[in-house]
Design a protein around this ligand. Structure first.
Ligand code: TYM
Length: 327
């Protein structure tokens, strides 16, 4: 059986980009994979997080994992900092990586260039911890949006480097996503990806936004002046993004979505996109409230950390033996 691993940072809100690009893909994978889904709070602190917000966002994300349909009987759900093997392998992987390789990462360049404050060293080292997350479980199937592809590629490079230096141990992971949901665009600037760190909340929809807010945000989404509905990401990124959202939330192909809106106007498109989002998210939001308040959530996370640690320890011990850490 193949192993799947993925993680989401508990920083800010969880957008429908995170949901379609990652979280929604996790659910079917748990049926026929050994599955590990992590709340990567150690990644989140690569930029400063107010402690109370980090604590709340961590619990919210854990509740959301369950609300979208992850089943603790089938998947191991846990918080990264509660499994110390991540930080330990993270350091070792960091020592394998070269500065130039890390400085080349697009996400690092974007995040460091847009910062006015000092750049935390963790922002540069970030992908080495991500590589450790994946390699600790021997995961080969990594459901992520396409902004993470470069990090997966680097994980493969570092795994190969380790195998070459210390003997074959790691299998090489691959990104897993659907071409139409791997990059959901900002509603306000469809040239850019939808991002939870965007200062303009009109640009993203949170999985927990109310129906009224969802309608308002979709209504204000950027389109173009052509007035025709068809998919062309180059020339019509706004309309194409709305079509992608419609097809993903209705679980139909892009072609079916195009046919559905043939000859109709942008008003109808926006109204039906909002309906489709609300219809999909409403039951998740209802479940979320109950789970967030439950003690059961704590038990699931405690058990998850134990199971994850038991698995991760085996690989970490082998790595430490090979690099000469054992007496
Ligand atoms: P993060 O927290 O930034 O985002 C979580 C997931 O959501 C995807 N995503 C999107 N997908 C489609 N369209 C978008 N607009 C969009 N925005 C975000 C991201 O690609 C990601 O899959 N480094 C990771 C977390 C991580 C991880 C891992 C992932 C840490 N360790 C190991 C996989 C395996 C991150 O920052 O995701």
């Amino acid at each position: 059986m193949k192993t799947v691993f993925s993680g989401i940072q508990p920083s800010g809100v969880i957008t429908i980009g995170n949901y379609l690009g990652a979280m929604k893909q996790f659910v079917p994978l748990q049926e026929d994979h050994e599955s590990y889904f992590c709340i990567v709070n150690q990644h989140a602190i690569t930029v400063p997080q107010p402690p109370t917000e980090l604590r709340t966002n961590t619990r919210r994300l854990a509740a959301l994992y369950l609300a979208v349909g992850l089943d603790p009987e089938k998947a191991t759900i846990f918080i990264q900092s509660e499994v110390p093997e991540h930080a330990r392998l993270g350091w070792i992987v960091q020592c394998l990586a070269h500065m130039g390789e890390l400085e080349r990462m697009t996400q690092y360049k974007e995040k460091s260039q847009s910062r006015t404050e000092a750049i935390p060293a963790g922002l540069l080292a970030y992908p080495t911890l991500m590589a450790a997350d994946i390699l600790l479980y021997g995961a080969t199937v990594i459901p992520v949006g396409d902004d993470q592809s470069q990090h997966i590629e680097l994980t493969r490079l570092l795994a190969r480097r380790f195998n070459h230096l210390y003997g074959d141990l790691f299998t090489l992971p691959e990104g897993y996503n659907s071409p139409f949901t791997a990059r959901i665009r900002s509603l306000q600037d469809p040239e850019k990806k939808m991002s939870k760190s965007d200062p303009n909340p009109q640009s993203y929809i949170s999985v927990l936004d109310t129906p009224e807010i969802i309608r308002k945000k979709v209504k204000r989404a950027q389109t173009d002046s052509e007035g025709m509905i068809h998919f062309d990401m180059e020339k019509k990124p706004g309309v194409s993004n709305l079509l992608s959202l419609y097809s993903a939330f209705k679980r139909i192909s892009l072609q079916e979505a195009e046919t559905h809106f043939n000859g109709r106007g942008y008003g109808a498109l926006k109204e039906e996109v909002a309906d489709a989002i609300i219809e999909d998210l409403s039951p998740i939001q209802e479940r979320f409230q109950d789970i967030y308040a439950s003690n059961e959530l704590d038990d699931i996370l405690t058990q998850g950390a134990k199971k994850a640690s038991a698995k991760a320890r085996i690989v970490l011990e082998e790595v430490e033996k090979r690099i000469g850490f054992t007496r």
